[in-house]
Design a protein around this ligand. Structure first.
Ligand code: NAD
Length: 246
């Protein structure tokens, strides 16, 4: 990872925070981006305290121009873009389809799906100029199975696989690899909206007997981002404690 430049969206918390810390520990120069400015800057400070190199840029991934500004910031700050981790996401409104509000639907689609198109639209030209790169889109186990009360989330995470595969087809010949990661339930603030009973039921759906940790997902993202994954593109990598094995 030495001298590689990486953007991590949603880097202020959870999986993004763990990924930023891991890439920085491996020698990458990390642009931590999020809508949560204070928490994002605190992540950067912790990385620097541990001897790493990082900078914060505030951007809302559901706004196209802010994705463009984020890529420009990475290039102005570190000179190039090697790796992008499109991780920012929300759980969204928890309702069955007939009860889901139109606003709730559009919100989760814009933060979890439009963001992948906007992100890659600006990341890819920067990587083309750099002779290649690696994009890791964070989907979910809910990119391949359904989940009651989360139609918008599930639809966006399934669509994340479609756009990942298509981007890989379009740009593999230019040395740009694009993959999707599918975590099962990971112990992050994203799960704060679930009550304890539901959490216990969900734990039981993981044969490994617990939720995952951000660091465990970060290790897979690191590998996909790195040159060690040079033959990996267009694929979906669940990391799920056995959730999908049933
Ligand atoms: P998290 O809530 O801890 O972190 C998500 C981060 O994204 C937050 O810092 C938040 O501020 C940021 N964010 C939200 N909306 C944004 C926007 N519009 N623009 C920029 N940043 C925004 O959640 P997490 O669990 O670390 O989730 C990270 C990714 O992993 C998400 O895409 C999520 O869907 C996915 N995921 C999480 C789980 C899980 O169980 N935690 C499981 C599968 C997939």
């Amino acid at each position: 990872m030495k001298n590689k430049v990486v953007i991590i969206t949603g880097g202020a918390s959870g999986i993004g925070e763990a990924t930023a810390a891991l890439f920085a520990a491996e020698g990458a120069r990390v642009v931590v981006s999020d809508i949560q400015e204070e928490k994002g800057k605190a992540v950067v400070e912790r990385i620097k305290k541990n001897g790493g190199n990082a900078a914060f840029f505030k951007a809302d991934v559901s706004v196209a121009e802010e994705n463009e500004a984020l890529v420009n910031f990475a290039i102005e700050t570190y000179g190039k873009l090697d790796i992008a981790v499109n991780n920012a996401g929300i759980g969204g409104e928890a309702n069955k389809i007939a009860d889901m509000s139109l606003e709730g639907w559009h919100k989760v689609i814009s933060v979890n799906l439009d963001s992948l198109f906007y992100g890659m639209k600006y990341q890819i030209p920067a990587m083309q100029k750099n002779g290649g790169g690696s994009i890791v889109n964070i989907s979910s186990i809910l990119g391949s199975v359904g989940f009651m009360g989360s139609a918008g989330y599930v639809a966006a995470k399934h669509a994340a696989l479609g756009i990942t595969k298509t981007a890989a087809l379009e740009y593999s010949s230019e040395n740009i690899r694009v993959n999707a990661v599918g975590p099962a339930f990971i112990d992050t603030p994203l799960l704060d909206q679930l009550d304890d009973d539901l959490k216990q039921q969900l734990v039981a759906m993981h044969p490994i007997g617990r939720f995952g940790k951000g660091k465990e997902v970060a290790e897979l993202i690191l590998w996909l981002g790195s040159d060690k994954a040079s033959f990996a593109t267009g694929a979906y990598y669940p990391i799920d404690g056995g959730y999908l094995a049933r």
